[in-house]
Ligand binder design. Structure first.
Ligand code: F6R
Length: 244
């Protein structure tokens, strides 16, 4: 795993946007997975703008959603699906045949997990995964204690996740369960970038980078990935021990 620190969140986002551009240029039919939430927002904007400005052919890559809140109506502002719609599918005019998302409203969530695992398998695995880190160290909705062998699964969300998660919604939502890709997907992805910015993420970044790999702190899984990179701004890096 590599650690890459940038002076500002804008520079971090530009780096990740460039990584997406480079991935698609090198393999136009790449399978890409990006978290929703605040961390990748600027990078997605940078990516779609640069792709258009450079005339990059974005018509072949396939997108898989990382996770979804269970029980939200489709199109709910703040849902993961809505983020992807606004950040990628609309700007790049991607038809629904070019992506697969979890349906958090399905009455057969096990089948949703099975379908997602099948889509990823049939597409040949994920080429580039871009994830964030939650305030309890989660990635996707892989909460502390989740097995690193899991593929897609449904999970009871921790209190930290359900209370912090309210920030995405205009009105209070009942958030109880999530459906998510597992760490077997992350570990099998050809490249993974975890991005975080701001002082609020400094403690969890310290635990992810300096803590021993342990399922009790999910983001330490990044240390096991040969092609994993933790990309952070100076504020998120502020509690790390200096490298001598
Ligand atoms: C969202 C997701 C979550 C977030 C994490 C950080 O799809 O997978 O794991 O990445 O909670 O959220 P932000 O980026 O909003 O701080």
């Amino acid at each position: 795993m590599k650690l890459n620190t940038f002076p500002s969140a804008a520079e971090l986002a530009a780096f990740v946007a460039d990584a997406l551009i480079a991935q698609i240029r090198q393999k136009p039919d790449s399978v890409i997975c990006i978290a929703s939430g605040n961390s990748p927002k600027l990078a997605c904007e940078g990516f779609t703008e640069k792709a258009k400005a450079e005339g990059l052919d974005t018509s072949q890559f396939f997108f898989v959603g990382l996770d979804e809140w269970v029980g939200l109506e489709p199109g709910t502002p703040g849902s993961c699906a809505n983020d992807f719609q606004k950040r990628l599918f609309e700007p790049l005019q991607m038809p629904s045949s070019r992506y697969h998302l979890f349906n958090g409203l399905s009455d057969d969530l096990r089948q949703e997990c099975f379908k997602m695992d099948e889509v990823i398998r049939v597409k040949g695995g994920i080429d580039l995964m871009i994830v964030g880190i939650g305030m309890n160290g989660h990635i996707g909705f892989n909460e502390p204690g989740t097995s690193w062998n899991n593929r897609s699964h449904v999970i009871k969300l921790h209190e930290t996740t359900t209370s912090v998660g309210q920030k995405y919604f205009q009105e209070r939502k009942t958030l109880d369960q999530g459906i998510t890709l597992g760490f077997a997907h992350l570990l099998a992805a050809r490249e993974v970038i975890l991005m975080a910015d701001g002082m609020a993420k400094a403690e969890v970044i310290k635990a992810a980078v300096e803590g021993a790999p342990d399922e009790a702190f999910p983001a330490t899984v990044m240390q096991l990935h040969e092609n994993g990179m933790i990309c952070i701004d100076a504020a998120a890096a502020s509690l790390l021990k200096p490298i001598i």
